[in-house]
Design a binder for this molecule. Sequence first.
Ligand SMILES: O=C(O)CCC(=O)C(=O)O
Length: 272
Amino acid sequence: MKDSEKICLTPAQRLHFDIYGFVLLENVLSSDEIERMKGALYRMKADEDLDAKRVYARPGGEHHVLFGNLVAYDPALLAYAAHPKLVPLVEEVVGGAVRLEETEAIINSRNPETPLDELHKRRYNPTGFHRGTQHGWGTYIEQNKFHCIFVKTLAYLTDVGPDDGGTCVIPGSHRLTWDQREMIEAALSDDKLIYQVEASAGAVLLFAEALIHSTTAIRSDKERVILISGYTPPMVREWPGNEVSPEFIETLPEDIRPLISGSDSWHWKRRY
Ligand SMILES: O=C(O)CCC(=O)C(=O)O
């Protein structure tokens, strides 16, 4: 592929990612892809034999379920993890070739036990700020650009308006070595420090795992469906529980096998 044909972030998207730790990519998934991915996730929700398929499920009450280790469950979910419009962008911000580190999905709606007026007291209602790596050991600067060795793509499969539980983030936290708790407490004391994503179905949030982020409590009657893939350089291990079976890896086309298996391991060359 010629350099001019390479899929990459626009300068504006790259600057947004560097300054804030995330960028929202609009119109990535077609309506057909969205329907197939959502269809697979609703089938998963109704499936009573997920253990046999190595999928884990973590219910958080009637209104919230998180699924993980999804790629072998349905071709639409594998297609998301290996999406040709997204993997090159992830490689750009990681800095070289990547492997799939985890796949997760969340189907959630409003928690009926939380009174709506409680949720309207605050502008944003993050349910648990966290991050998966931190600035200093999980990030580096190369040729003046910010890179993170743990990056996620989070696809919105439903529209998320201001009351529909768009992800909350603390913009800029990806570059801070502050104690995480201190940063979260400070941000919660002044909601100008928090940003909540609003997006149309098919948009994808590309973010560094050094960025503090959270699921957000839903205030509307809409159900939200999201699909997430995490990536690292290939010598890093998958998140526990996200081990893809060797038998499934054998069935994969050669061009995506290293991405899903991490087989490239230490043959890593920084490319960006
Ligand atoms: O539910 C969300 O919007 C955020 C998901 C999340 O926190 C994560 O992927 O680590």
